[in-house]
Ligand binder design. Structure first.
Ligand code: AKG
Ligand code: FE2
Length: 198
């Protein structure tokens, strides 16, 4: 094995007012494309309805919650499904790589370039003051955009197949993040954000 072909540990990404680190390939027991298709098949995906200015709208992606604690998100309380063996396996890899523990995961499936995630912070009180949120991507690359709440600063990161991004420290307090729609065709992408809910 070529030990120098890729970084083996999380590398810090310099950013003001928070902590970000990135690992281009999370060590996993199965290839990324096998895990992408297993997640697509084994997860109970839902197309949630959201209310925007009082109007019902389908969320522009599929999503699912798994874990050990109920959770409030965008003003709604979710009762997660229990972790599956596949999710436990991915969680173990994420815990080993980040040195932190997680009891919940939000999964999002971006079916194509038209799916997206609006700008938000993962700053719900049950996540605590400086939450560690570990984000794993399978499938197509999409651009993860961070916008500072007060300063005119934007950071863009390409989240590639098999990558791990750790958001920590005061990042959620000072920055919002999201995934824009794209104009060029994109294949399917599944993202998992592991969290610790208290
Ligand atoms: O898909 C992504 O990379 C972002 C997901 C996200 O922000 C979230 O699950 O809260
Ligand atoms: Fe988020």
């Amino acid at each position: 094995m070529d030990l120098f072909s890729a970084e083996a540990t999380l590398q810090p990404i310099p950013i003001d007012d928070g902590e970000l680190s990135f690992l281009s390939q999370l060590p996993l027991a199965q290839p990324n494309d096998v895990l992408l298709h297993r997640l697509l098949d084994e997860i109970t995906w839902r197309e949630e309805t959201i209310y925007l200015f009082g109007k019902a709208q389908k969320q522009p992606r599929l999503s699912a919650w798994y874990g050990e604690a109920s959770y409030t998100y965008s003003g709604r309380t979710f009762h997660p499904l229990p972790f599956t063996p596949l999710l436990l396996e991915i969680r173990r890899a994420v815990e080993d790589a980040t040195g932190k523990r997680y009891n919940s995961v939000l999964l999002n499936c971006y079916r194509n370039e038209r799916d997206s995630m609006g700008f938000h912070s993962d700053d719900e009180p049950e996540l605590g003051a400086e939450p560690a949120i570990a984000s794993v991507t399978f499938g197509a690359t999409r651009t993860f955009i961070l916008k500072h709440r007060k300063l005119a600063k934007t950071v863009k990161l390409d989240l590639t197949d098999g990558s791990l991004l750790l958001m920590a420290g005061t990042l959620q307090r000072h920055w919002r993040h999201g995934i824009n729609k794209e104009t060029k065709p994109r294949g399917m992408r599944i993202n998992l954000t592991f969290r610790l809910i208290r």
